[in-house]
Design a protein around this ligand. Structure first.
Ligand SMILES: C[S@@+](CC[C@H](N)C(=O)[O-])C[C@H]1O[C@@H](n2cnc3c(N)ncnc32)[C@H](O)[C@@H]1O
Length: 310
């Protein structure tokens, strides 16, 4: 097993992971924008879709939505806490009979025959945690897909600004008093992050050229018993498009959810989020803006792709 799979498994199997994942849309505006973009795409593309494979489905944000729309979903994830949380939420939503929960790693999809599922989805970067096997994982996700595929992976151009802005998550805090430990950390660490910062051009060039975040330090921490953030492979737009194209996917379209929102200061974003009418109109506009091919690489964290198997 590769280190990235081992590290990802330990990281996502921390007991509080399911609970933390569910809270993200209550705590961070970039998560609201990103999930809203994906939800709009899913709901607009359900014609002819009965069966779905959700690879790295997490706490069920999208598998429960699709089951509520009548789909039969295979919810596949490397994390038991995530599956437990998703199962609990599926029961509460009354859709558990339409979801099959499977513990497994995307690196091995041999249990599934070619063209098994009408729709294959994998959102918010599970594929990026499978380095160095990410191309083979995408090939297998395409292999088991019959009609439509939608993915979101870590975006290289979208991630590079983090290297010159260690406080970037603060821009998206919805409520500083919510008590979430990560929100508290972002606020407490704000000044320290600025004081300690110096621009590291070689690190930027390395990420731009090779795409990988994390490596030796994460492996060392893992070996000491820690649970570091997974080694993450970030994709360039042309690269993701090429991989899908080489595997026979047609009508490929990319988007960068969060590209519009990241240009707006926290005070204004919070104001928009607190007014339901403005929030709805804003998320509709973000969905349109973020689909423009000229901004697709500059999404907040993720690069989204959809395509068809003809
Ligand atoms: C950020 S969460 C996204 C969850 C969900 N797709 C969503 O968009 O709300 C990433 C998920 O990928 C899963 N994951 C990470 N590496 C994986 C792997 N190699 N195989 C399967 N799942 C994996 C994690 O356990 C976690 O649930």
């Amino acid at each position: 097993m590769d280190y990235s799979q081992k590290i990802s498994k330990r990281h996502w199997n921390q007991p509080d992971k399911g609970e933390r994942e569910v809270a993200r849309e209550q705590t961070f505006i970039d998560d609201i924008v990103q999930k809203s973009h994906i939800e709009k795409e899913l709901l607009a593309n359900l014609t002819g879709i009965e069966t779905v494979f959700d690879g790295g489905g997490g706490s069920g944000r999208f598998s429960i939505l699709l089951a509520a729309h009548g789909c039969h979903v295979t919810h596949f994830d490397i994390s038991k806490p995530m599956l437990d949380k998703a199962s609990q939420l599926a029961k509460a939503a009354g859709v558990e009979e339409r979801i099959t929960f499977v513990l497994g790693a995307l690196e091995d999809l041999s249990a599934y025959a070619d063209r098994s599922f009408d729709l294959v989805i994998s959102f918010d970067a599970p594929i990026s945690y499978t380095w160095p096997n990410q191309e083979q994982v995408i090939a297998n996700l395409v292999r088991i897909c019959k009609k439509r595929i939608m993915l979101s992976v870590s975006s290289r151009l979208g991630t590079l600004p983090y290297l010159a802005n260690p406080t970037s998550k603060n821009q998206f805090i919805l409520n500083p008093d919510c008590g979430d430990p990560y929100v508290d950390w972002c606020i407490l660490n704000y000044q320290n992050a600025i004081d300690q910062f110096s621009f590291n051009q070689p690190a930027c060039m390395d990420l731009l050229e090779h795409g990988r975040m994390g490596g030796d330090a994460e492996i060392a921490e893992y070996e000491k018993g820690g649970a570091p953030w997974p080694i993450t492979y970030t994709f360039l737009p042309d690269e993701l498009s090429r991989i899908l194209h080489e595997n026979g996917v047609k009508n490929i379209q990319l988007a960068g959810p969060g590209a519009y929102a990241r240009t707006i200061p926290n005070e204004i974003l919070c104001k928009i989020m607190r007014d339901p009418a403005q929030k709805s109109a804003f998320l509709d506009f973000c969905h349109i803006f973020d689909q423009n091919p000229y901004v697709c690489g500059m999404g907040k964290d993720n690069l989204f792709a959809k395509g068809e198997i003809l």
